[in-house]
Design a protein around this ligand. Structure first.
Ligand code: DGY
Length: 425
Protein backbone atom coordinates (compact mmCIF):
# COMPACT_ATOMS: atom_id res chain seq x y z
CA UNK A 1 0.00 0.00 0.00
CA UNK A 2 1.44 3.40 -0.93
CA UNK A 3 1.66 5.80 1.99
CA UNK A 4 -0.37 9.00 1.95
CA UNK A 5 -2.96 10.77 4.06
CA UNK A 6 -5.68 9.09 2.02
CA UNK A 7 -4.27 5.59 2.45
CA UNK A 8 -3.74 6.19 6.18
CA UNK A 9 -7.41 7.14 6.52
CA UNK A 10 -8.44 4.18 4.38
CA UNK A 11 -6.40 1.86 6.61
CA UNK A 12 -8.23 3.10 9.70
CA UNK A 13 -11.58 2.65 7.93
CA UNK A 14 -10.54 -0.85 6.92
CA UNK A 15 -9.58 -1.82 10.49
CA UNK A 16 -12.86 -0.39 11.83
CA UNK A 17 -15.06 -3.18 13.19
CA UNK A 18 -18.10 -0.96 13.80
CA UNK A 19 -17.17 1.70 16.34
CA UNK A 20 -13.86 0.25 17.43
CA UNK A 21 -10.63 -0.35 15.55
CA UNK A 22 -8.46 -3.46 15.63
CA UNK A 23 -4.70 -2.77 15.80
CA UNK A 24 -4.31 -4.92 12.68
CA UNK A 25 -6.25 -7.68 10.99
CA UNK A 26 -5.50 -11.23 12.21
CA UNK A 27 -2.64 -10.69 14.68
CA UNK A 28 -4.73 -8.41 16.94
CA UNK A 29 -8.44 -8.98 16.25
CA UNK A 30 -9.96 -7.12 19.25
CA UNK A 31 -9.83 -3.60 20.71
CA UNK A 32 -6.54 -2.81 22.47
CA UNK A 33 -6.39 -0.03 25.05
CA UNK A 34 -3.47 2.20 24.13
CA UNK A 35 -3.67 1.37 20.44
CA UNK A 36 -7.22 2.69 20.48
CA UNK A 37 -6.30 5.86 22.35
CA UNK A 38 -3.77 6.70 19.61
CA UNK A 39 -6.23 5.67 16.93
CA UNK A 40 -8.87 7.97 18.45
CA UNK A 41 -6.31 10.79 18.40
CA UNK A 42 -5.56 10.00 14.74
CA UNK A 43 -9.27 9.94 13.84
CA UNK A 44 -9.55 13.38 15.45
CA UNK A 45 -7.53 14.81 12.54
CA UNK A 46 -10.51 14.19 10.23
CA UNK A 47 -13.50 12.62 12.02
CA UNK A 48 -14.27 13.83 15.55
CA UNK A 49 -17.39 11.74 15.89
CA UNK A 50 -15.47 8.56 15.08
CA UNK A 51 -12.67 9.59 17.45
CA UNK A 52 -15.12 9.87 20.34
CA UNK A 53 -16.75 6.56 19.38
CA UNK A 54 -13.37 4.82 19.68
CA UNK A 55 -12.96 5.95 23.31
CA UNK A 56 -16.62 5.19 24.06
CA UNK A 57 -16.10 1.62 22.85
CA UNK A 58 -13.05 1.27 25.08
CA UNK A 59 -15.05 2.68 28.00
CA UNK A 60 -17.59 -0.13 27.59
CA UNK A 61 -14.84 -2.44 28.84
CA UNK A 62 -14.32 -0.42 32.05
CA UNK A 63 -14.80 -2.30 35.33
CA UNK A 64 -16.79 -0.89 38.28
CA UNK A 65 -13.60 0.10 40.12
CA UNK A 66 -12.36 2.25 37.22
CA UNK A 67 -9.95 -0.31 35.75
CA UNK A 68 -9.60 -0.09 31.95
CA UNK A 69 -8.51 -3.44 30.46
CA UNK A 70 -5.84 -3.82 27.83
CA UNK A 71 -8.13 -5.84 25.56
CA UNK A 72 -11.89 -5.54 25.06
CA UNK A 73 -13.28 -8.64 23.36
CA UNK A 74 -16.24 -7.05 21.58
CA UNK A 75 -16.61 -10.01 19.21
CA UNK A 76 -15.25 -13.54 18.99
CA UNK A 77 -12.11 -14.32 16.98
CA UNK A 78 -9.86 -17.35 17.07
CA UNK A 79 -6.78 -15.74 15.53
CA UNK A 80 -5.37 -14.54 18.90
CA UNK A 81 -4.01 -16.16 22.06
CA UNK A 82 -4.73 -15.62 24.97
CA UNK A 83 -8.45 -15.16 24.43
CA UNK A 84 -11.14 -14.53 27.08
CA UNK A 85 -11.21 -18.18 28.18
CA UNK A 86 -7.61 -17.78 29.38
CA UNK A 87 -8.21 -14.47 31.16
CA UNK A 88 -11.27 -15.69 33.10
CA UNK A 89 -12.14 -12.20 34.38
CA UNK A 90 -15.42 -11.36 36.12
CA UNK A 91 -16.37 -8.79 33.47
CA UNK A 92 -19.02 -9.82 30.94
CA UNK A 93 -20.69 -7.83 28.11
CA UNK A 94 -18.16 -7.16 26.81
CA UNK A 95 -15.59 -9.62 28.08
CA UNK A 96 -12.12 -8.23 28.75
CA UNK A 97 -8.59 -9.10 29.76
CA UNK A 98 -7.54 -8.53 33.38
CA UNK A 99 -4.47 -6.30 32.94
CA UNK A 100 -4.21 -2.75 31.66
CA UNK A 101 -1.94 -0.73 29.35
CA UNK A 102 -0.29 2.73 29.30
CA UNK A 103 -3.05 5.26 30.13
CA UNK A 104 -3.15 7.47 27.04
CA UNK A 105 -6.96 7.84 27.31
CA UNK A 106 -7.17 11.30 28.97
CA UNK A 107 -4.48 12.72 26.69
CA UNK A 108 -6.32 11.48 23.62
CA UNK A 109 -9.59 12.86 25.00
CA UNK A 110 -8.10 16.28 25.52
CA UNK A 111 -6.65 16.23 22.00
CA UNK A 112 -10.07 15.32 20.60
CA UNK A 113 -11.80 18.05 22.58
CA UNK A 114 -9.33 20.64 21.31
CA UNK A 115 -10.39 19.80 17.79
CA UNK A 116 -14.02 20.67 18.60
CA UNK A 117 -15.84 17.68 20.12
CA UNK A 118 -19.38 17.49 21.51
CA UNK A 119 -19.31 18.76 25.09
CA UNK A 120 -21.66 16.20 26.63
CA UNK A 121 -19.78 13.26 25.11
CA UNK A 122 -16.46 14.65 26.33
CA UNK A 123 -17.92 15.17 29.81
CA UNK A 124 -19.00 11.52 29.98
CA UNK A 125 -15.56 10.34 28.86
CA UNK A 126 -13.92 12.67 31.38
CA UNK A 127 -15.65 10.68 34.12
CA UNK A 128 -14.31 7.44 32.65
CA UNK A 129 -10.76 8.83 32.73
CA UNK A 130 -11.17 10.22 36.26
CA UNK A 131 -12.34 6.85 37.57
CA UNK A 132 -9.44 5.19 35.78
CA UNK A 133 -6.81 7.51 37.27
CA UNK A 134 -8.29 6.90 40.72
CA UNK A 135 -7.96 3.18 40.04
CA UNK A 136 -4.27 3.61 39.14
CA UNK A 137 -3.58 5.41 42.41
CA UNK A 138 -5.56 3.01 44.61
CA UNK A 139 -4.71 -0.30 42.95
CA UNK A 140 -1.18 0.34 41.74
CA UNK A 141 0.25 2.74 44.29
CA UNK A 142 -1.51 1.68 47.48
CA UNK A 143 1.38 2.99 49.60
CA UNK A 144 1.20 6.45 48.02
CA UNK A 145 4.81 6.56 46.80
CA UNK A 146 4.01 8.58 43.67
CA UNK A 147 5.07 5.74 41.36
CA UNK A 148 2.51 3.27 40.02
CA UNK A 149 3.42 -0.36 39.39
CA UNK A 150 2.73 -2.66 36.51
CA UNK A 151 2.05 -6.28 37.45
CA UNK A 152 2.53 -7.76 33.97
CA UNK A 153 5.02 -6.89 31.25
CA UNK A 154 2.16 -6.42 28.74
CA UNK A 155 0.95 -3.53 30.91
CA UNK A 156 4.06 -1.58 29.90
CA UNK A 157 3.06 -1.78 26.23
CA UNK A 158 6.78 -2.46 25.60
CA UNK A 159 6.05 -6.14 25.95
CA UNK A 160 9.38 -7.95 25.73
CA UNK A 161 11.80 -5.12 26.51
CA UNK A 162 14.97 -6.57 28.10
CA UNK A 163 14.23 -4.57 31.26
CA UNK A 164 11.66 -7.21 32.19
CA UNK A 165 14.09 -10.15 31.90
CA UNK A 166 15.44 -9.69 35.45
CA UNK A 167 12.03 -9.55 37.17
CA UNK A 168 10.88 -12.51 35.07
CA UNK A 169 13.56 -14.70 36.62
CA UNK A 170 11.24 -14.86 39.63
CA UNK A 171 8.27 -15.94 37.51
CA UNK A 172 7.54 -19.62 36.89
CA UNK A 173 6.34 -21.05 33.60
CA UNK A 174 2.68 -22.01 33.37
CA UNK A 175 1.87 -25.65 33.98
CA UNK A 176 -1.90 -25.29 33.79
CA UNK A 177 -2.62 -23.43 30.55
CA UNK A 178 -1.66 -24.85 27.17
CA UNK A 179 0.08 -22.19 25.13
CA UNK A 180 -1.49 -22.02 21.69
CA UNK A 181 0.40 -19.21 20.09
CA UNK A 182 -1.32 -17.59 17.17
CA UNK A 183 1.00 -14.57 16.76
CA UNK A 184 3.75 -16.64 15.12
CA UNK A 185 1.24 -17.73 12.48
CA UNK A 186 0.92 -14.09 11.42
CA UNK A 187 4.47 -12.80 11.97
CA UNK A 188 7.95 -14.35 11.66
CA UNK A 189 8.80 -15.96 15.04
CA UNK A 190 12.18 -14.16 14.98
CA UNK A 191 10.25 -10.89 15.43
CA UNK A 192 8.18 -12.11 18.38
CA UNK A 193 8.82 -13.08 22.03
CA UNK A 194 10.04 -16.64 22.64
CA UNK A 195 7.90 -19.58 23.81
CA UNK A 196 9.62 -19.60 27.22
CA UNK A 197 8.70 -15.92 27.64
CA UNK A 198 5.09 -16.69 26.75
CA UNK A 199 4.93 -19.47 29.34
CA UNK A 200 5.92 -16.92 31.99
CA UNK A 201 3.52 -14.28 30.68
CA UNK A 202 0.71 -16.80 30.98
CA UNK A 203 1.80 -17.98 34.42
CA UNK A 204 1.04 -14.46 35.67
CA UNK A 205 -2.39 -14.59 34.01
CA UNK A 206 -3.14 -17.98 35.63
CA UNK A 207 -2.02 -16.73 38.99
CA UNK A 208 -4.11 -13.56 38.87
CA UNK A 209 -7.16 -15.42 37.58
CA UNK A 210 -6.87 -17.75 40.60
CA UNK A 211 -6.98 -14.62 42.80
CA UNK A 212 -10.21 -13.49 41.13
CA UNK A 213 -8.42 -10.43 39.68
CA UNK A 214 -8.82 -8.67 43.02
CA UNK A 215 -6.35 -5.74 42.98
CA UNK A 216 -5.32 -6.03 46.64
CA UNK A 217 -4.68 -9.77 46.34
CA UNK A 218 -2.68 -9.28 43.16
CA UNK A 219 -0.59 -6.60 44.85
CA UNK A 220 0.16 -8.86 47.82
CA UNK A 221 0.93 -12.00 45.79
CA UNK A 222 2.69 -10.96 42.62
CA UNK A 223 6.30 -11.88 41.79
CA UNK A 224 6.33 -9.14 39.08
CA UNK A 225 6.03 -5.57 40.38
CA UNK A 226 7.79 -2.90 38.37
CA UNK A 227 7.68 0.91 38.33
CA UNK A 228 7.78 1.25 34.56
CA UNK A 229 9.22 4.56 33.47
CA UNK A 230 6.95 4.67 30.41
CA UNK A 231 3.66 4.02 32.20
CA UNK A 232 4.52 6.49 34.97
CA UNK A 233 5.48 9.24 32.50
CA UNK A 234 2.38 8.66 30.39
CA UNK A 235 0.17 8.73 33.48
CA UNK A 236 1.71 11.99 34.70
CA UNK A 237 1.08 13.58 31.29
CA UNK A 238 -2.46 12.17 31.35
CA UNK A 239 -3.06 13.64 34.83
CA UNK A 240 -2.05 17.07 33.51
CA UNK A 241 -4.52 16.66 30.64
CA UNK A 242 -7.19 15.39 33.00
CA UNK A 243 -6.73 18.45 35.23
CA UNK A 244 -7.48 20.66 32.23
CA UNK A 245 -10.54 18.58 31.36
CA UNK A 246 -11.63 18.82 35.02
CA UNK A 247 -11.55 22.60 34.71
CA UNK A 248 -14.21 22.33 32.00
CA UNK A 249 -16.18 19.24 32.99
CA UNK A 250 -15.43 18.51 36.65
CA UNK A 251 -15.62 20.12 40.06
CA UNK A 252 -12.94 22.26 41.74
CA UNK A 253 -12.40 19.43 44.25
CA UNK A 254 -11.76 16.96 41.45
CA UNK A 255 -9.28 19.32 39.86
CA UNK A 256 -7.42 19.67 43.17
CA UNK A 257 -7.37 15.92 43.65
CA UNK A 258 -5.90 15.42 40.17
CA UNK A 259 -3.33 18.19 40.64
CA UNK A 260 -2.22 16.68 43.95
CA UNK A 261 -1.59 13.30 42.29
CA UNK A 262 0.17 15.06 39.44
CA UNK A 263 2.53 16.87 41.81
CA UNK A 264 3.33 13.74 43.79
CA UNK A 265 4.06 11.69 40.69
CA UNK A 266 6.15 14.41 39.04
CA UNK A 267 8.35 14.55 42.13
CA UNK A 268 8.68 10.77 42.32
CA UNK A 269 9.65 10.06 38.71
CA UNK A 270 12.87 12.05 39.19
CA UNK A 271 14.06 9.09 41.27
CA UNK A 272 14.13 6.94 38.11
CA UNK A 273 16.95 8.98 36.57
CA UNK A 274 20.06 6.86 35.84
CA UNK A 275 23.12 9.08 35.93
CA UNK A 276 25.43 6.60 34.21
CA UNK A 277 23.12 6.10 31.23
CA UNK A 278 21.91 9.68 31.11
CA UNK A 279 18.28 8.60 30.82
CA UNK A 280 15.43 7.43 33.02
CA UNK A 281 14.98 3.70 33.71
CA UNK A 282 12.33 1.49 35.28
CA UNK A 283 12.74 -0.02 38.73
CA UNK A 284 12.05 -3.50 40.04
CA UNK A 285 9.89 -2.81 43.10
CA UNK A 286 10.57 -6.23 44.61
CA UNK A 287 14.40 -6.23 44.48
CA UNK A 288 14.72 -2.43 44.31
CA UNK A 289 17.12 -2.77 41.34
CA UNK A 290 17.16 -0.28 38.47
CA UNK A 291 16.32 -2.00 35.18
CA UNK A 292 19.07 -0.41 33.23
CA UNK A 293 18.75 -1.44 29.60
CA UNK A 294 18.75 1.82 27.63
CA UNK A 295 15.92 2.44 25.19
CA UNK A 296 13.15 4.73 24.02
CA UNK A 297 11.00 4.28 27.14
CA UNK A 298 13.58 6.14 29.21
CA UNK A 299 12.85 9.33 27.24
CA UNK A 300 9.15 9.45 28.00
CA UNK A 301 9.57 11.54 31.20
CA UNK A 302 10.11 14.38 28.72
CA UNK A 303 6.30 14.41 28.68
CA UNK A 304 6.43 15.74 32.25
CA UNK A 305 7.90 18.71 34.12
CA UNK A 306 10.37 16.42 35.91
CA UNK A 307 13.58 16.81 33.85
CA UNK A 308 15.69 19.90 34.48
CA UNK A 309 17.82 21.66 31.86
CA UNK A 310 20.83 19.38 32.31
CA UNK A 311 18.79 16.19 32.01
CA UNK A 312 17.00 17.51 28.92
CA UNK A 313 20.37 18.30 27.39
CA UNK A 314 21.67 14.79 28.06
CA UNK A 315 18.54 13.15 26.68
CA UNK A 316 18.78 15.27 23.53
CA UNK A 317 22.51 14.61 23.09
CA UNK A 318 21.98 10.86 23.26
CA UNK A 319 19.38 10.89 20.50
CA UNK A 320 21.39 13.26 18.35
CA UNK A 321 24.43 11.00 18.72
CA UNK A 322 22.43 7.94 17.64
CA UNK A 323 21.09 9.80 14.61
CA UNK A 324 24.58 11.01 13.70
CA UNK A 325 25.65 7.35 13.59
CA UNK A 326 22.84 6.58 11.14
CA UNK A 327 20.59 4.82 13.67
CA UNK A 328 16.87 5.45 13.11
CA UNK A 329 15.38 7.25 16.11
CA UNK A 330 14.35 6.05 18.64
CA UNK A 331 15.17 2.33 19.11
CA UNK A 332 13.10 0.54 21.76
CA UNK A 333 16.38 -1.01 22.95
CA UNK A 334 19.60 0.75 22.02
CA UNK A 335 22.14 -0.91 19.71
CA UNK A 336 25.04 -1.97 21.88
CA UNK A 337 22.82 -2.94 24.81
CA UNK A 338 23.41 -6.56 25.84
CA UNK A 339 20.09 -7.96 24.58
CA UNK A 340 19.61 -5.68 21.58
CA UNK A 341 17.93 -7.47 18.67
CA UNK A 342 17.21 -5.15 15.73
CA UNK A 343 14.19 -7.14 14.50
CA UNK A 344 12.57 -8.57 17.63
CA UNK A 345 9.55 -6.55 18.77
CA UNK A 346 10.61 -4.27 21.70
CA UNK A 347 14.25 -5.43 21.80
CA UNK A 348 15.37 -2.99 19.12
CA UNK A 349 12.72 -1.88 16.66
CA UNK A 350 11.42 1.69 16.43
CA UNK A 351 7.74 2.32 17.17
CA UNK A 352 5.94 5.33 15.70
CA UNK A 353 3.77 5.97 18.77
CA UNK A 354 6.76 6.16 21.09
CA UNK A 355 8.52 8.51 18.68
CA UNK A 356 5.44 10.72 18.62
CA UNK A 357 5.47 11.01 22.42
CA UNK A 358 9.22 11.64 22.63
CA UNK A 359 8.97 14.32 19.94
CA UNK A 360 6.17 16.06 21.85
CA UNK A 361 8.33 15.81 24.96
CA UNK A 362 11.17 17.64 23.24
CA UNK A 363 8.69 20.28 21.99
CA UNK A 364 7.52 20.77 25.54
CA UNK A 365 11.02 21.47 26.76
CA UNK A 366 12.05 24.00 24.13
CA UNK A 367 13.60 21.48 21.74
CA UNK A 368 11.00 21.69 18.99
CA UNK A 369 13.86 21.42 16.50
CA UNK A 370 14.60 17.89 17.71
CA UNK A 371 10.89 17.06 17.94
CA UNK A 372 10.55 18.03 14.27
CA UNK A 373 13.58 15.91 13.30
CA UNK A 374 12.10 12.89 15.06
CA UNK A 375 8.76 13.50 13.30
CA UNK A 376 10.52 13.75 9.95
CA UNK A 377 12.41 10.51 10.62
CA UNK A 378 9.18 8.75 11.69
CA UNK A 379 7.31 9.91 8.59
CA UNK A 380 10.21 8.82 6.38
CA UNK A 381 10.30 5.37 8.00
CA UNK A 382 6.58 4.95 7.31
CA UNK A 383 6.88 6.26 3.75
CA UNK A 384 9.64 3.74 3.02
CA UNK A 385 8.50 0.80 5.15
CA UNK A 386 4.70 1.17 4.98
CA UNK A 387 2.24 1.26 7.89
CA UNK A 388 4.23 -1.50 9.58
CA UNK A 389 4.00 -2.45 13.24
CA UNK A 390 7.58 -1.28 13.85
CA UNK A 391 10.86 -0.60 12.05
CA UNK A 392 14.41 -1.95 12.10
CA UNK A 393 16.53 0.82 13.68
CA UNK A 394 19.57 -0.10 11.57
CA UNK A 395 18.02 -0.57 8.11
CA UNK A 396 14.67 1.21 8.44
CA UNK A 397 12.85 -1.88 7.15
CA UNK A 398 9.19 -2.23 8.17
CA UNK A 399 8.73 -5.22 10.53
CA UNK A 400 6.08 -7.21 12.40
CA UNK A 401 2.45 -6.93 11.37
CA UNK A 402 1.42 -4.88 8.33
CA UNK A 403 -1.40 -2.32 8.00
CA UNK A 404 -1.15 -1.20 11.60
CA UNK A 405 -3.79 1.26 12.80
CA UNK A 406 -1.66 3.24 15.21
CA UNK A 407 1.14 3.66 12.67
CA UNK A 408 -1.45 5.18 10.30
CA UNK A 409 -2.79 7.36 13.14
CA UNK A 410 0.67 8.75 13.88
CA UNK A 411 1.24 9.41 10.18
CA UNK A 412 -1.96 11.49 10.14
CA UNK A 413 -0.95 13.36 13.30
CA UNK A 414 2.51 14.18 11.98
CA UNK A 415 1.00 15.41 8.69
CA UNK A 416 -1.52 17.58 10.57
CA UNK A 417 1.22 18.98 12.78
CA UNK A 418 3.41 19.83 9.83
CA UNK A 419 0.51 21.62 8.11
CA UNK A 420 -0.08 23.65 11.29
CA UNK A 421 3.60 24.53 11.67
CA UNK A 422 3.76 25.59 8.02
CA UNK A 423 0.78 27.92 8.59
CA UNK A 424 2.43 29.45 11.67
CA UNK A 425 5.77 29.99 9.90
C1 DGY B 1 0.43 -9.31 22.40
O1 DGY B 1 -0.33 -10.26 22.43
O2 DGY B 1 1.50 -9.28 21.81
C2 DGY B 1 0.01 -8.08 23.05
O3 DGY B 1 0.89 -7.05 22.89
C3 DGY B 1 -0.31 -8.30 24.47
O4 DGY B 1 -1.44 -7.62 24.65
Amino acid sequence: MSVSIDTARALLANNDRGGYTVPTEGLYPFQWNWDSAFVAWGFATHDIDRALAELEALARGQWDDGFLPHIVFHADADSYFPGPEVWRTPKAHPRTSGITQPPVFATALRAIEERGADRARVAALYRVALANHRWWAAARDPLGTGLVAILHNWESGRDNHPSWDGPFERVAETTTTTIRRRDTGHVDAAMRPTDAEYRRYIHLVDRYAALGWDPARLWADTPFKVADVGVNAILIAAEADLAILAGRHGTPAERQEIEARHRRMTAAIGGLWHEGLGQYVSRDLISGAPLDTPGSGGFLPLLTDAPDGERIRRLATTIEALMAEGVQPVPSTFPGAARFDARRYWRGPVWAVVNWMIARGFDRHGRGDLGARIDAATAALIERGGFAENFDPLTGEGLGGVAFSWTAAIYLLIAERRRRMARVA
